[in-house]
Write a protein that binds this ligand. Structure first.
Ligand code: C5P
Length: 227
């Protein structure tokens, strides 16, 4: 199998308010994107496509260099207004021979390389789609517009979806081309097209940097330990 990893890094980071598009906000000495790429480059070998906001193409190439991607085939492309548009832009840059695609949020900057291996292995073994998940620890409520609890949800039936999400290339390309509704992840696009999505074990370190406290937590995790 030939693998490509599409790293979507074209979000604005409105909820983070970090002074730059989220992937380019500093996490210690380097950017969120640099840390995300370190994990990608330490995973299974692949073509890597990085999707960035217009004007950040050179900054992305700089992050490739600091993250150690010298021997990797890297393409940098400009993203779209929605995450789905950014994924479509990334898919358009895939090499001909690629048959398995992993789509990864740059915002999950500390994802361990072993998670990339698990997702890739599941698709290489025959799954059309595979996603890493972790159990839901909170009790989840359904809430109406007035803020009143209208019901519970059985937690044992829930799992929190992370990235990288892996797909047979033909399956993802066809599902993305056919998608009309707005989806918050790629597995949902592929499930809407009728495909089975399998799960593999995710990791707590794959949390998505979304808010300022998430950024603080990530910064603490990459900080050098006091001597
Ligand atoms: O906004 P959210 O944190 O859910 O975005 C998840 C990932 O999708 C981020 O890595 C973000 O950079 C990416 N994204 C994108 N293009 C957009 C919106 C989000 O690449 N238009």
């Amino acid at each position: 199998s030939r693998l490509a990893v599409v790293v979507v890094a074209a979000g604005s980071g409105t909820r983070l308010n970090g002074g730059a598009p989220k992937a380019f906000v500093p996490l210690g000495e380097h950017s969120i994107l640099h840390h995300a790429l370190r994990g990608v480059f330490a995973g299974p070998s692949a073509q890597v496509v990085i999707v960035v906001p217009a004007g950040y193409e050179n900054a992305a190439r700089a992050a490739v260099a600091t993250a150690g991607g010298h021997d990797v085939t890297v393409s940098v492309v400009t993203g779209g207004a929605s995450r789905q548009g950014s994924v479509a832009a990334g898919l358009a840059a895939l090499d001909d021979g690629v048959d398995i695609v992993l789509v990864h949020d740059a915002a999950r900057a500390l994802t361990p390389p072993v998670v990339f291996e698990r997702v890739f292995d599941a698709v290489a073994a025959g799954a059309a789609a595979a996603i890493p998940t972790v159990p839901v620890v909170d009790t989840i409520k359904r809430v109406d517009v007035a803020g009143h609890v209208v019901g519970g949800v059985d937690r044992s039936e829930l799992a929190a979806a992370q990235t990288p999400q892996g797909f047979r290339r033909s399956v993802l390309a066809a599902a993305v081309a056919a998608a009309t509704a707005d989806h918050t992840d790629d597995a949902s696009v592929v499930a809407s097209a009728g495909h089975t999505v399998v799960t593999v074990e995710g990791d707590a370190l794959s949390f998505k940097i979304t808010t300022a406290p998430d950024l603080e937590r990530a910064r603490a995790l990459v900080a050098p330990h006091a001597a």
